[in-house]
Ligand binder design. Structure first.
Ligand code: SF4
Length: 399
């Protein structure tokens, strides 16, 4: 007997990351085109990449949602119908929208399925009902909503409900933040967030008796919802979203792998083992992250969800490369992401199952010349290990 689980929705910050997310277990991915999307900084998809990405995802049984959640002016809206036509042609599975004008334009010019973006900060039943009347098929709830509240919204509306399960968080209500506009002149609601909430600020107390204090008091910890999976499942939450289109291949692959493994286990067994939970948590700690919190999934987030530290770069692992080709018994062709040397011990992350160690007994260029060091951006040959496949991530423990 198979037990029901929610969809796992992973980020696709580029065509390569889309493939990584899908192959490591995402049931669906979300991505942005060259326009109308809040993430200007991510490596957004050209039409050709979008075509290839949708074909790739669909051929692996995964869905594709396209993000159109920037807040648009009239002149931006004029260009939207043409893009909607392209998305319909490609048969994308839904578009993620936050602006009423965009929803209205979509309804006039296409039959695309509308998911309401978290940018619209939908937090309650009445708001969800209104968005439903406006044509939303799914609501991506604000991160401020608890799972219990989400269950009520689902019950009252029958809408599909999506919640964030993992990744960075905003200290403000998503879509209601202008810190970046004021501090950097970059509009977070039009794709320009400079993450100003992560900076160090000082508080100057008017009262002379208190000293002025410098702190990172607006920076939020990262969300980690793996231990809340039983609650998500019980509440019938339709989709669990992983934040992070600007994050690395390692992040996209590892988070997709861990959560899909957990959900697969539940489908087969109807429960979770605490020993598995511990090993999944250990794996989630291997990607770059701030301290983890469950945010508002259980009770509303408070002081303990503030990451009162400087942004750090002390990753436990770095990505060495991505497998481009596995020549059985001979070598792996690797797209190098960061430098490594002959003699290094790397880890190959299979799409399912245990990570395998690989000693770099040889390191050669494509033409067979021995190298002393791999160069990021180059393609190299290293020893083959059984089970390695195209798009496997190869990582190295940071020193
Ligand atoms: S500055 Fe921080 S809180 Fe504001 S939108 Fe950007 S990430 Fe969110």
């Amino acid at each position: 007997m198979s037990h029901w689980t929610p969809e796992l929705l992973s980020p696709a910050g580029s065509l390569e990351k889309l493939k990584v997310s899908v192959l490591y277990g995402a049931d669906a991915v979300y991505l942005g085109g060259q326009k109308f999307d809040l993430r200007q900084a991510s490596d957004n998809f050209t039409y050709e990449e979008l075509t290839e990405g949708v074909e790739f995802a669909h051929s692996h049984g995964s869905k594709v949602y396209v993000v159109l959640n920037s807040f648009l002016h009239d002149k931006d809206l004029e260009e939207l119908p043409e893009f909607l036509g392209l998305l319909e042609e490609l048969k994308v599975d839904a578009v993620i929208v936050s602006d009423l004008g965009v929803i209205s334009t979509i309804q006039k010019h296409s039959k695309l399925v509308v998911h309401l973006s978290t940018q619209a900060s939908c937090l309650n039943v009445e708001s969800a009902k209104l968005w439903q009347k406006m044509g939303a098929h799914r609501i991506v709830l604000g991160r401020e909503v608890t799972i219990k509240e989400a269950a009520k919204i689902k019950k009252a509306t029958g809408l599909e409900i999506e919640m964030f399960v993992h990744g960075s968080m905003c200290m403000s209500y998503s879509g209601n933040c202008v810190i970046s506009n004021y501090t950097q002149g970059r509009d977070s609601n039009r794709g320009g967030c400079a993450h100003s909430c992560r900076f160090e600020y000082s508080i100057d107390f008017k009262n002379e008796s208190k000293e002025s204090k410098k702190a990172y008091f607006m920076s939020s910890k990262d969300l980690e919802g793996i231990r809340m999976l039983p609650e998500f499942i019980e509440a019938g939450i339709d989709s669990l979203k992983v934040e992070g289109r600007n994050k690395s291949h390692h992040y996209a692959g590892t988070i997709s792998k861990v959560y899909s493994e957990a959900l697969r286990y539940y489908r087969g067994h109807g429960n979770f083992l605490s020993s598995d939970m511990i090993s999944w948590e250990e794996e989630l700690r291997k990607v770059s992250h701030r301290d983890y919190t469950t945010g508002s999934l259980d009770i509303y987030a408070g002081d303990d969800s503030i990451y009162n530290n400087r942004e750090q770069d002390d990753n436990e692992f770095v990505v060495s490369g991505i497998v481009l080709e596995a020549s059985v018994g001979k070598h792996l062709l690797v797209d190098v992401k960061s430098a490594f040397h002959p003699g290094d011990i790397l880890e190959v992350m299979p799409f399912k199952g245990q990570t395998e160690k690989l000693k770099v007994d040889f390191l050669r260029s494509l033409s067979g010349v021995s190298l002393e060091k791999s160069k990021p951006g180059s393609v190299v040959k290293i020893p083959y290990i059984p089970g390695a496949e195209k798009f496997n991530i190869i990582r190295k423990r940071a020193v």
